[in-house]
Design a protein around this ligand. Structure first.
Ligand SMILES: NC(=O)c1ccc[n+]([C@@H]2O[C@H](COP(=O)([O-])OP(=O)(O)OC[C@H]3O[C@@H](n4cnc5c(N)ncnc54)[C@H](OP(=O)(O)O)[C@@H]3O)[C@@H](O)[C@H]2O)c1
Length: 288
């Protein structure tokens, strides 16, 4: 398969590139502001309509487009609404329409933040109702994919972490390693997803030629606090440094869903997501 990946320089993208290296698939990956130092790297601003069309239709003509590029800073999306809409919704619509023109399959990486977080353990059939602008723009992106593509997968994930780019887990590791105290909330539940686990789930969906909506996330619902305690135990850090707190004390701009954990039963029949402890052991191996 000839695969075009957007967001190759992102947390998920880097893991996907590493995974595809060990396969027979031909991969092209785009970056925007953070240079991607690999063969077949393409500089692309996905809001540039003409350039997107040129790359997809004339330059690459892929069989599959994995669209992972997004404006992912949840608080910034609340302030820079125009930018969030252009990148997450409009650009996705353009990519979806262009993918369909060349009969490519479109795989859109979406988010647990399309849900309001009142229920938790959301399945693919559950009703969406985002409570912040980031979630709304990603849901617009989903709708654009469904409306414009004959062959698509929407892959919703949750709190991505990994070894190869700064993220929540690497921040925790750096703070605890240096003996600094951190405040972690006990009242938010998610399905943390190791980037290599997500990459494996997406590749499995590609290779099985699946179709539709999938929740592609870590194998367990867990609170932020319990996740950090588990991380501290596995990495051998002092758990006393982790101070429990609640979300009302956070100085966030955007509202966050209380429980946006995802039910991963559907993807489990295709590729079993990692359990938290297993994923954290893997992370430890990669960070050593
Ligand atoms: N991170 C999470 O916890 C999380 C949770 C749920 C869902 N998701 C979804 O998962 C996907 C991957 O997330 P991630 O964490 O890997 O993202 P990330 O690390 O924040 O990286 C974002 C990627 O998007 C690219 N990008 C941003 N604006 C662009 C533009 N205008 N043109 C072209 N590329 C642009 C960035 O390129 P440069 O860096 O080169 O500028 C980067 O490659 C996203 O669609 C996100 O919505 C993420």
């Amino acid at each position: 398969m000839k695969i075009l990946l957007t967001g190759g320089s992102g947390l998920f993208g880097r893991a996907f590139i590493d995974l595809i290296k060990g396969t027979l698939h031909e991969l092209y990956a785009t970056y925007n502001q953070n240079l991607l130092n690999i063969e077949n790297a393409i500089s692309l601003d996905i809001t540039d309509v003409k350039q997107v069309k040129k790359i997809i239709i004339e330059k690459i003509t892929p069989d599959i487009i994995v669209h992972a590029a997004a404006f992912t800073n949840v608080d910034k999306c609340e302030v820079e609404k125009n930018k969030a809409y252009e990148i997450n919704a409009k650009a996705t619509e353009n990519i979806a329409k262009t993918a369909n023109k060349i009969h490519a399959k479109m795989i859109y990486i979406s988010t647990d933040y399309v849900f309001d977080g009142e229920k938790g353990m959301y399945s693919e059939e559950d009703e969406t109702d985002p409570i912040n602008y980031y979630g709304s723009t990603k849901l617009e992106g989903e709708k654009a994919v469904i409306e414009n593509c004959n062959d698509y997968i929407i892959a919703r994930t949750s709190v991505i972490y990994g070894a190869n780019k700064k993220n929540f887990a690497t921040w925790v590791i750096n703070e605890l390693k240096d003996g600094r105290k951190i405040n972690i909330i006990t009242d938010q539940w998610v399905s943390p997803t190791l980037n290599i686990d997500l990459a494996e789930q997406i590749l499995a969906l590609i290779e099985k030629d699946e179709y539709g909506i999938f929740h592609t996330a870590g194998g367990e619902r867990i609170s932020r606090y319990d996740f950090v305690i588990k991380l501290a135990e596995i990495f051998g850090f002092n758990k006393e440094l982790v101070n429990p707190t609640t979300s009302d004390k956070m100085k966030w701009i955007a509202r966050r869903p209380r429980d946006s954990s995802l039910n991963v039963s559907k993807i489990s029949n295709i590729k079993k997501p990692y359990k938290v402890s297993y994923a954290l052991e893997k992370l430890k191996e990669m960070i050593k």
